[in-house]
Ligand binder design. Structure first.
Ligand SMILES: [Zn+2]
Length: 253
């Protein structure tokens, strides 16, 4: 039998934008979007942080990040998210609102995409949404690439088997940026799919609202749309948690 994991999400930082910037039909009202991190407990592999959230370190990197933080009306918390001792960190993709805390964390083990890492070194901060100064010194020796893990399927979803027991699969979610992965997790209460930035708000999937701002900056908009259509087919099969949706993490099964 496939083991189950414990999983919860909480905001570690926040952004805000008028709803109609985020999606067609989103309204004029400002939507405050959490920057979520996840805490996953596996019976054998221990405690894992899913993404790191925002971190004050961002303000020191360069002026374009400070400008972006102001534009996105970011609320940056002090320090790192409170966690028990971590056995590792999973980074869904190389965007600064997901990996800003890496340098302060210096994880003993990081699981992330090789494709994502390599793309993160090929452009300016404003173009790729990442800055190499956010990568901790010596981290490559403490990193395992998702692409090297064994492949496995759960129902209609195929991914890389994080703990080699089928409990958590890292699933490619192309479009938003290069090398983005979500995590399909088997929890005691059912299947939970952390989909990172594959979709900016759960209404894009559940109400069919067309996404705007997150798509304007997507690396490949056609691939992003294909990924969203694929996820839409799974909404009755698993519970989805996008990194910036203000609703879905609160109703986690
Ligand atoms: Zn992103």
């Amino acid at each position: 039998m496939t083991p189950t994991v414990k999983l919860r999400f909480f905001p570690w930082g926040e952004c805000a934008a008028p709803g109609l910037f985020l999606m067609r039909g989103g309204g004029w009202r400002t939507i405050r979007q959490p920057v979520l991190v996840g805490l996953l407990e596996h019976p054998r592999a221990g405690c894992w942080l899913l993404d790191t959230g925002l971190h004050p370190h961002l303000q020191e990197v360069d002026w374009s990040i400070r400008l972006f933080a102001r534009f996105a009306r970011m609320r940056i918390p002090e320090g790192l998210p409170p966690t028990p001792r971590l056995d590792g960190v999973f980074l869904s993709h190389f965007h600064l609102d997901h990996g800003a805390g890496l340098k302060a964390l210096r994880p003993e083990l990081l699981l992330t995409s090789r494709e994502g890492y390599e793309s993160s070194r090929l452009g300016s901060t404003s173009h790729i949404g990442w800055n190499q100064a956010l990568w901790p010194e010596g981290q490559l020796e403490r990193t395992r690439w998702l692409e090297n893990l064994p492949r496995r399927s759960q129902g209609p979803v195929t991914g890389f088997d994080l703990f080699e027991d089928g409990s958590v699969l890292a699933v490619p979610l192309p479009g938003h940026c290069h090398g983005q992965y979500g995590l399909l997790c088997q929890t005691e209460a059912g299947r939970v799919f952390f989909v990172a930035d594959a979709v900016g708000h759960s209404y894009v999937l559940t109400r069919g609202l067309e996404q705007r701002l997150p798509s304007w900056i997507a690396a490949d908009r056609r691939a992003e749309k294909r990924t969203q259509n694929w996820l839409r087919n799974l909404i009755h099969w698993c519970w989805m948690v996008p990194s910036h949706c203000p609703h879905s993490y609160l109703a986690l099964p």
